[in-house]
Structure formats: C-alpha cells, structure tokens
Design a binder for this molecule. Structure first.
Ligand code: IPE
Ligand code: IPE
Ligand code: MG
Length: 241
C-alpha cells in the first residue's frame, strides 16, 4: 500500500521537516460545513503526520498551528482553535509518551489564554525526557515577531557590554531565535495549494527545499507525507556552491 514509504532512502532523511498546515476552512466549506469542522478534522492529520515522521525516524517536525496574524480572525474561530488545541494536547500526551515523542513550542506564548499555555507547559514537561521525534508547535508565532525580539535582545547585550557589534555573526542571530536548539528545516511543506511563506521561519528557511501540495490539511495522510519526503530526496541541494 505505502508506495512512497518503500522508496524513501532511510540514510538520507531530512533531519527537520516544517509544515504550514493550511486549507482547513476551505476543506470544510467545500463539504458544506463550518470552518471549525475543518480544524477539528485537521487533528487527525496532525496525528497521522506525527506518526509517519516518527515511523521513518525524522528528528524534528515543526507544525505551524497558529500565526500572530491569526489572532485577527473572528473571536469565535480563535476561541474554538484554542479550545481544540488544549483538548488535543491533553488527550494526546499519553500517546506522545508511548511513541517517545518530545513536545516543544515556539511563539509568543504569553498571548495564549492562561489555561492553554498551562496545559501546553505541562505536556512539554511530561514529555521532556523522550528521545525520539521532537514535535515543535508554532503557536502565536510569526517570524517577524521572532526576529524583532532577537534584535532587541542582541541590542541589550551590546548595550550592557556583554557583546560587541563585531561579534554579531549569523550564529549569534540564530542563537537569539526561539528555534535556537532546533536545526534549520531541510524541507518545508505547505498544503492547500497556496504558495507563500506567511511569516513562517523566514530566517531558518534560507536553504530549505519548499514543497507545495494542493491537498487541504484535513485530507493530508501518511502517504502524502511520505511522498513529500520522497520528492525531497530527488532534488539536488547546492547551498550556493
Ligand atoms: C489552517 O487552515 C489553520 C489555521 C491557519 C489555524 P485555515 O483556517 O487557514 O483554512 P483556509 O486556508 O481558510 O482554507
Ligand atoms: C498560515 O496560514 C498560518 C497557519 C497555517 C497557522 P494562513 O491561512 O493564516 O495564511 P494566509 O492568510 O493564507 O497567508
Ligand atoms: Mg489558510
């Protein structure tokens, strides 16, 4: 059945795959349902993709779940998304532990409702010793927010004399991003047919291979993930050389 999984070269796996999970609303509306129904069904795709990544031995999977700009959506949709997030994290914690998956989060978590950030922190704590896949949720995340914060923090270090301007290298910048402990993505997937970055990991995607699929997120399954990995392996990465 799994045609693409068999074809994947296990010795050349991307270390880090990042995904813009897009198309939930359109998937639901095409079926005559409310947008929220699309978000609810997207949870199955998160589960499938996490399992698929763990199965083949991917090191890091980052999922863009909620952007800074998504706070501007109607309050009812924001509330439903936050509730879904909290419920899912709570329900899935035992499965994450069973599969040796460690949860991490990047983004402006202070903007999250208190209950959401507490449950998120609890799950991160309860999975911190796991040594398999690291699942990174990008929540209330935007790259410009992250880079602006990094600039502020670097300036503070310069101001206090801990760092000189000449010591600012690209490594120093990377160390001040929320992804400091995470390697740059090798592959970025966006579902739903949109071909844009939408303020996601602008610095970290410098040499990432981009893969766009028309499949909406709630319809995305393991085989779609394996196909993306397979197609990534057919490309030649040059890194400017
Ligand atoms: C992605 O699906 C989920 C989030 C951004 C939270 P959308 O809600 O953006 O669905 P479309 O793109 O409008 O179909
Ligand atoms: C990007 O999707 C953000 C997430 C998937 C969380 P959007 O649907 O918010 O992005 P645009 O508005 O199409 O660029
Ligand atoms: Mg969208």
């Amino acid at each position: 059945m799994s045609e693409f999984k068999e074809k994947i070269d296990k010795s050349r796996l991307p270390k880090h795959v990042a995904i813009i999970m897009d198309g939930n609303g359109r998937w639901a509306q095409e079926r005559g349902y409310d947008r929220i129904f699309g978000h609810q069904n997207g949870v199955t795709s998160v589960r499938e993709t996490t399992e698929a990544a763990a199965e083949i031995g991917i090191g890091y999977l980052t999922l863009y779940a909620f952007s800074t700009e998504n706070w501007n959506r109607p309050q009812s949709e924001v509330d439903a998304l936050m509730e879904l997030l909290v419920d899912t994290i709570e329900k899935e914690t035992p499965t994450l532990n069973k599969n040796n998956v460690r949860l991490e989060a990047i983004g402006d978590l202070n903007r999250m409702p208190g209950s959401a950030s507490e449950k998120l922190k609890r799950c991160i704590k309860q999975t911190e010793k796991n040594t398999g896949l690291t699942l990174v949720l990008a929540l209330s995340y935007s790259s410009r927010w992250e880079i602006t914060n990094a600039v502020k923090n670097i300036c503070k270090e310069v101001e206090s004399g801990r760092l000189t301007i000449d010591e600012i290298t690209d490594e120093v910048v990377s160390r001040h991003l929320t992804t400091q402990s995470i390697p740059d993505p090798d592959l970025m997937i966006r579902t739903s047919g949109e071909e844009r970055i939408s303020n996601f990991l602008l610095w970290q995607l410098a040499y990432t291979e981009l893969y766009f699929t028309k499949v909406h997120w709630p319809a995305f399954r393991k085989e779609n993930f394996f196909q993306a990995i397979y197609e990534f392996q057919q490309r030649e990465r040059r890194f400017g050389k």
